[in-house]
Write a protein that binds this ligand. Sequence first.
Ligand SMILES: *[C@@H]1O[C@H](CO)[C@@H](O)[C@H](O)[C@H]1NC(C)=O
Ligand SMILES: *[C@@H]1O[C@H](CO)[C@@H](O)[C@H](O)[C@H]1NC(C)=O
Ligand SMILES: *[C@@H]1O[C@H](CO)[C@@H](O)[C@H](O)[C@H]1NC(C)=O
Ligand SMILES: *[C@@H]1O[C@H](CO)[C@@H](O)[C@H](O)[C@H]1NC(C)=O
Ligand SMILES: *[C@@H]1O[C@H](CO)[C@@H](O)[C@H](O)[C@H]1NC(C)=O
Length: 427
Amino acid sequence: MKKTSSIPSDKRQCLKMEKWLNFGRLLAPYLLCSVGATLIFSLFLFQTPNPFKATFKHDDFDQKNVRLQKDDETCNLFKGKWIRDLNASLYMNWSCPTIPDSKNCFKNGREDRDFLNWRWKPDQCELPRFDPKTFLKIVRGKKMAFIGDSVARNHMESLLCLLSKEETPVDVYQDSEDRLRTWYFPLHDFTLTVLWSRFLVTGEERVINGSNSGIFDLHLDEVDENWAQKLPTIDYAIISDGHWFFRKTYLHKNGGIIGCVYCREPSVTDLGLGFALRMSFRAALDFINQYKKECKEGKIMTVLRTFSPAHFEDGAWNTGGSCNRTGPRHEPAEIELGGGGFETELRDIQIGEVERVKKQLVKNSSGKSFEVLDVTRAMLMRPDGHPGSHWGNKWMKGYNDCVHWCLPGPIDIWNDFLMSLLKKEAG
Ligand SMILES: *[C@@H]1O[C@H](CO)[C@@H](O)[C@H](O)[C@H]1NC(C)=O
Ligand SMILES: *[C@@H]1O[C@H](CO)[C@@H](O)[C@H](O)[C@H]1NC(C)=O
Ligand SMILES: *[C@@H]1O[C@H](CO)[C@@H](O)[C@H](O)[C@H]1NC(C)=O
Ligand SMILES: *[C@@H]1O[C@H](CO)[C@@H](O)[C@H](O)[C@H]1NC(C)=O
Ligand SMILES: *[C@@H]1O[C@H](CO)[C@@H](O)[C@H](O)[C@H]1NC(C)=O
């Protein structure tokens, strides 16, 4: 008789994956060692006025929203406005022990407080306030991963602050680059992790004459194993990305170069940033959809958080651009869909990919669901929510961070949205 191992092979696979999630692997060392430099260089091409207009047809997503609304019999949480609320913020910088210095705007000298006194009001309903008890009840025994760049990290940091009112998280893992980080809430057996991925697909930086060039090769048919390997242990995947696409990239598929973004070479077609973004998200969503989970009946909820706008004014990141406003913009006409510029184009591409993968779902058997967490419109109205000069970076004085978001700050509503999506999913 054939000898059988005491642990079924799929179970062993599970344990192996668990190990990965808990301890991570060392990521390749990067030359850019400060988060600041990485951030700044990732914005290299923000100065490009509007890279999308020529490349993309604009789809009418308002129609889609109306349809979704009827289907789901709920209102569109993401369409609304900011209204005054003196009690909007659920924590302060002194009540959250995990705020990283670069987002602790008050500690870094920000003096105005009024930007905290706004809450998001959807046009047709109320957005329930974040409630850490409810959230932790839903996610008890589960693992949630934020997959993406430093803005995904920012989102997780906001969630940590909101949850730590109920339970203090334990910092259980941090890699040497601090790009993979895991927190654990023992009382609720809830694991929160951030998985660094610039492009969701494999992206390799070209090294030219021994230095990192800032130019990347993207493999549009190969998901980034930094997160893909860990999928078996994840119950909730919050995926996002966008800012790293604003740079020169060469796009590969089936082992060959099919085009580029911003390469300005006669022999290579510039397929546009939107194409690269679309194909990367498609690869990631398809991978999740086709993935057969070994451990947890294949259940996984995927939430795509849409593009988070930056707000450099009077210049680009490297030409003195700043963001020192103290209140939201209230110009709905300008911000209405279609009028939001390239940010809205990127968002529409991302939503289109979620719609696409949803159509392929076999609802009853797959145990997978896909949702959109659409922050783009709300955040376009919040030029006041960024650290600006208050990000405490010693190495890049004079540069402003108009990409990430202060904690506390308007980014906290991303978790109000997230909680609503989880509640809907939990039924
Ligand atoms: C402010 O918010 C807290 C937390 O949600 C709530 O308990 C409190 O009653 C609110 N205070 C006012 C004045 O609305
Ligand atoms: C919170 O911000 C204040 C300035 O508003 C600062 O003095 C204090 O050190 C900060 N506290 C923490 C714990 O970051
Ligand atoms: C690499 O270095 C060589 C020799 O210093 C130089 O001629 C060449 O232009 C460099 N290539 C690039 C792409 O910078
Ligand atoms: C905002 O920043 C710009 C550029 O740094 C500066 O010229 C301007 O005075 C600032 N505005 C306020 C209100 O601080
Ligand atoms: C799911 O639904 C499809 C079509 O409605 C059906 O053919 C299939 O047997 C169902 N699968 C399960 C696991 O119920």
